[in-house]
Design a protein around this ligand. Structure first.
Ligand code: PFF
Length: 458
């Protein structure tokens, strides 16, 4: 029941619409920018194999757990824990998720804002031979007014989509955007693998060298899997809350995981051949990789200058679309909390919380050269945006996913969860396997990643 209107809760129009929207949440800057960067820094093909194992053994089970909690309770993350464990401290997990959502949205929108700006830069033919792409990046990211303006525009578009509600907003947009995104990626990958020198990139990406595998590589693969799959802050609880009881959760979770992973793999197929084509180091990551390195390659794509304009505009449009369907899910988590728990109207909630995310994002927009102490935080040694990303994009999601797996595996219980899964047709394919993974494998692997983070800090 929607408290603000007294009507039954909105649901997705169809299972396909839900799978597309959840995949839209998962696929974003994390896949297209983050995955190739982390894979490049961690040995390429060996990282890819470990990432796939982490997705299958930890990511997919946690995804199903979040969707089950969402569909069972039909609530936002805070309401969901209140419902399943009334009067207990578990509600804090939901609260942490909502808080994390608004913080991630704040800096995610800053990076997505750069992406919007790059659509216009590429379409107007900025990246011709000999242009200094690093200077162009620094000028945008390091100037207060453009950085804040693009961030504002991106937040406004996000609010606009969320305002439409589940049926009219999120669903209508993602239904169109996700297939377009996929098609664009396939085209770009075909172009990339046919560049001269692409074979070396493909070998780096697809021929594993296991001598490069360390504990750190394994743990960074797990961390990347959570951020990429939108797990650990209740985004999938929220999206699951709009799933009708008729729909099958297990295959939905499998499809979302499959789509997210396919897009990350495709992104690697675009980035690595392109990097090797230009004779660049795959480990040279950071925010510069997509925005500096890739644009430096655009002018070399034949026929000049049209190849670069088409390739580049396509790439940044795709990155912007992917970021939008993710940011929409971040704002939706927070909005559904305000609507369910605070009785706000959807309109008021989306606009006011979007405005809060915008304001929190302002220091992140100023942290890439515009304001020097934000660019290099005293005593911390990194910029404000990277610091928020570390705290909320990594630590908070990992802790959230650990608590969710413990809650579902041991507190609420796999038996109750199984009953919810069987609501539609009485079946729970791979139910025993899932129970084992969510009770034992996921929590112990996450504890390992946390220990690693603490050890790194000391
Ligand atoms: N999964 C998104 C990406 O890969 O860019 C980021 C994200 C969205 C993380 C929503 C967490 C979340 F709840």
């Amino acid at each position: 029941m929607d408290l603000s209107t007294g009507r039954p809760r909105d649901t997705w129009g169809s299972k396909a619409a839900f799978v597309l929207a959840a995949a839209g949440s998962a696929v974003g800057l994390g896949n297209i920018w983050g995955f190739p960067t982390v894979a490049g820094q961690n040995g390429g093909a060996a990282f890819l194999l470990i990432y796939l194992a982490a997705v299958a053994l930890i990511g997919a089970p946690v995804m199903l757990a979040e969707l089950i909690v969402g569909r069972r309770t039909q609530r936002n993350p805070v309401g969901a824990f209140k419902d399943l464990a009334p009067g207990s401290v578990w509600v804090v997990v939901g609260g942490l998720g909502v808080f994390t959502g608004i913080i991630i949205l704040s800096f995610y929108s800053v990076i997505a804002g750069w992406t919007l700006s790059y659509i216009f830069k590429t379409i107007t033919g900025t990246f011709v031979a000999g242009v200094d792409t690093e200077a162009i990046y620094n000028e945008l990211a390091g100037s207060a007014v453009p950085a804040i303006s693009w961030h504002l525009l991106f937040i406004m578009i996000t609010i606009y989509v969320v305002l439409g509600g589940v049926r009219d907003g999120i669903e209508r947009w993602t239904k169109v955007l996700m297939p377009v995104l996929f098609a664009l990626l396939v085209l770009l990958a075909i172009r990339a693998v046919t560049l001269s020198g692409a074979e070396a990139g493909l070998a780096f990406y697809l021929k594993p060298d296991f001598s490069k595998v360390t504990g750190a590589v394994i743990l960074s693969a797990i961390g990347q899997a959570f951020f990429s799959l939108s797990l650990g802050m209740g985004a999938m609880i929220t999206y699951g809350s709009y799933v009708s009881k008729r729909d099958d959760l297990v295959s939905s979770a499998a499809w979302v995981t499959f789509a997210d992973t396919t897009i990350a793999i495709l992104a690697g197929l675009i980035i690595f051949p392109t990097l090797f084509h230009a004779g660049l180091e795959p480990g040279a990551g950071g925010p510069g990789m997509v925005f500096v390195v890739l644009t430096s390659l655009l002018s070399s794509i034949p026929p000049a200058p049209y190849g670069g304009v088409i390739f580049g505009t396509g790439f940044f449009m795709l990155l912007g679309i992917a970021a939008l369907t993710s940011s929409v899910s971040l704002l939706e988590v927070v909005t559904s909390w305000a609507v369910d728990e605070r009785g706000m109207s959807r309109r008021k909630a989306a606009i006011s919380l979007g405005a809060v995310a915008f304001l929190i994002g302002v220091p992140s927009a100023l942290a890439n050269g515009a304001v020097s102490w934000l660019t290099n935080l005293p005593g911390i040694g990194m910029d404000f945006l990277s610091f928020l990303f570390m705290l909320f994009g990594q630590y908070s999601l990992v802790i959230g996913a650990l608590l969710i797996s413990l809650f579902v595996g041991w507190v609420w219980g796999v038996k109750a969860a199984g009953e919810e899964v069987r609501e539609n047709d009485g079946e729970f394919p791979l139910g025993r396997t899932w129970g084992f993974l969510i009770r034992f494998v996921a929590p112990s692997a996450i504890v390992a990643i946390l220990v690693k983070m603490v050890v790194d800090l000391v």
